[in-house]
Design a protein around this ligand. Structure first.
Ligand SMILES: [Fe+2]
Ligand SMILES: [Fe+2]
Length: 182
């Protein structure tokens, strides 16, 4: 019978009244909350490191193509910052604390902070970092499965944007690097 699995209204209401200090996290929350907060903090560190790397690249971009590439670095930096904000917000909703501590930041992050030498080197390092982010977000999404749809949806949105970033960077390399030097 359709709808049989649904909890009756009375039980739903009673449950919601208990443990109201848990805010958005109800008894029905299916994921391992501590574990989700832990992986979200790793994602937060990854995003912060990406902001820092893109900012460095934005300010250090030189050469004849810098005018075309630097705005792309800045745009990515701002989008990574937006991801960090989404993730921090979700950590708090889940009753955790976002870890913004500079100590250990590079170790918590999945991607690396590489200053880069010239413009092409910077773009390549950014592409490597995006590919790491793509893999780790895909893994997080698989880990969460259907246990926490809100976190999952957020991660899927971020993943789609990291894929766009990687594609932008690949296009930049295509445009800037002559065929024989790739
Ligand atoms: Fe990001
Ligand atoms: Fe990205």
């Amino acid at each position: 019978m359709a709808g049989e699995f649904l909890t009756d209204v009375k039980t739903l209401r009673e449950r919601a009244r208990k443990h109201i200090e848990n805010g958005a996290v109800t008894e029905n929350y299916k994921a391992d909350r501590e574990q989700v907060i832990k992986i979200l903090n790793e994602a937060l560190a990854t995003e912060i490191v990406c902001v820092l790397r893109y900012k460095r690249h934005y300010y250090m971009a030189t050469g004849i193509h810098a005018q075309a590439v630097a705005p792309e670095f800045l745009e990515h930096a701002n989008e990574e910052q937006a991801h960090a904000d989404l993730i921090a917000t979700r950590i708090v909703q889940l009753g955790g604390e976002p870890n913004f501590a500079p100590q250990g930041l590079a170790d918590r992050s999945h991607s690396e902070y590489v200053p880069g030498t010239d413009l092409i080197d910077m773009i390549k390092e950014d592409l490597v970092a995006e590919r790491i982010a793509i893999d780790s977000y895909a893994e997080m999404i698989r880990f969460i499965g259907d246990t926490d749809p809100t976190t999952r949806r957020m991660l899927e949105g971020i993943l789609a944007m990291e894929e766009e970033h990687a594609d932008d960077l690949r296009n930049l390399i295509e445009t800037l690097v002559p065929e024989e030097k790739k």
